[in-house]
Design a protein around this ligand. Structure first.
Ligand SMILES: [Zn+2]
Length: 89
């Protein structure tokens, strides 16, 4: 399975508006689970209005021919230059 996506970069500086502070506080109060992820998605949505979707992600994962799980992940921010890459094994 592989995918290419764009998302909000967690390393780009953003203005911490009241709306974002509230959304982060709300997310921190919820237990892990559906609501927690929805709350985090709302935080990302609010940040995306300021920052845009600048973090390009590519990943490939699954069990390969010899029965070993394989993960290949790469991301790079077009705005701040943050970059991360990992390959297992
Ligand atoms: Zn960035």
């Amino acid at each position: 399975m592989s995918a290419e996506n764009y998302r909000v970069c967690p390393y780009c500086p953003y203005e911490n508006t009241d709306e974002i502070k509230e959304a982060i506080e709300q997310a921190s109060k919820l237990e892990e689970g559906y609501d927690y992820h929805m709350a985090l998605a709302e935080v990302d949505e609010l940040k995306s209005k300021q920052l845009g979707y600048t973090l390009a992600e590519y990943y490939e994962l699954g069990v390969i021919g010899n029965g070993v799980f394989h993960l290949d992940y790469w991301c790079k921010c077009e705005k701040c230059g943050y970059e991360f890459e990992i390959t297992l094994p």
